[in-house]
Design a protein around this ligand. Structure first.
Ligand code: SAM
Length: 294
């Protein structure tokens, strides 16, 4: 649904857990833990390109205090730290220790990295000039709560920059693959946690703009980045898709050799129908910049 944001509360608030939220958070954390070493090189460096663009959009000035929420391997964090030029002025937070370890090992700019949840920020009110969410928001169980926290810790005049994948730019090959995966899910013993469809729509400019405005942000603008790849065959396609997110990862990583081969055959047959569009994959990103101004 575009235009109105609904958070699927099941009783938890301000980081309190419910069985559903706990399962979802474990799934997300396990996925990023497993992905930490290949995160930057995945899909010909698509994530690293997105992170570099996020830092560009943030346009950090000398001495600005920055908080990078869900910093991952720290690509954007490091670039913003260089721009700020003051050791300790930039903080990256994440819930996955493997991501933080990688970010720390790559950093030579004096950035501070801390294990912290996006929904409960341990920072004083109005203490930060710039907050970034590089592809983090759709992975949060309660994105709106985190944005409310971001609004609280931002200083008056501060800005928040969010990047999210724009799913509506998916190719027919991606649509076809996810339809096949939903069929696979019916035969799979593990049931993936289900979330509101609104979360997948966060990268649509109208949806992210509405959510930011409802949180209190103003002067919201959006820009875009699109990258793409064509995989050679079903095996290459699946090894790419396995790292697209927790849902395909949960289903694909659990398949043994036999069922994986069966999936490749079914996928090949269906992709043939797409002709030149077979195994073509688009990754589109929306970047939204929003201001705290009264
Ligand atoms: C798609 S990665 C983005 C990494 C980086 N920001 C970038 O733009 O490349 C999302 C990151 O959010 C982190 N994350 C997920 N849930 C989180 C939460 N509740 N609090 C903080 N970080 C979280 C993940 O561990 C992961 O490193």
């Amino acid at each position: 649904m575009v235009g109105r944001w609904t958070v699927p509360y099941t009783g938890g608030k301000n980081g309190m857990s419910t069985p559903q939220s706990t399962r979802y958070r474990i799934l997300v954390a396990d996925f990023f833990d497993a992905m930490s070493s290949l995160y930057d090189s995945w899909a010909h460096g698509a994530n690293a390109k997105e992170a570099a663009r996020l830092a560009e959009e943030a346009n950090v000035g000398t001495g600005e205090r920055v908080l990078d929420i869900g910093c991952g391997t720290g690509t954007a964090t490091r670039l913003m730290s260089e721009a700020s030029g003051v050791p300790g002025a930039v903080v990256g937070i994440d819930i996955v220790p493997a991501m933080l370890t990688r970010a720390r090992s790559l950093d030579s700019t004096g950035t501070v990295y801390a294990k912290m949840a996006a929904e409960a920020l341990a920072f004083a009110d109005s203490s930060i000039d710039v907050i970034t969410y590089g592809q983090t928001l759709p992975y949060l169980y309660e994105p709106k709560e985190s944005l409310e926290e971001a609004y609280r810790v931002l200083a008056e005049g501060g800005r928040c920059i969010v990047s999210c994948r724009q799913r509506s730019l998916s190719t027919p090959a991606q649509e076809l693959f996810f339809a096949l995966l939903r069929e696979e899910e019916q035969r799979h013993p593990v049931i993936p946690p289900r979330l509101s469809a609104d979360r997948a729509a966060l990268g649509e400019p109208r949806v992210i703009t509405t959510l930011l405005r409802e949180t209190g942000f103003r002067q919201i603008t959006t820009t875009h980045l699109v990258t793409g790849i064509t995989a050679g065959d079903a095996e290459e396609w699946c090894s790419l898709m396995e790292w697209l997110g927790p849902y395909p990862h949960l289903l694909l990583s659990g398949l043994g050799t036999v069922r994986r081969q069966q999936l490749y055959s079914r996928l090949d047959r269906r992709m043939e129908e797409l002709g030149d569009g077979a195994y073509t994959f688009h990754l589109g990103f929306t970047f939204a910049t929003a201001h705290k101004t009264t």
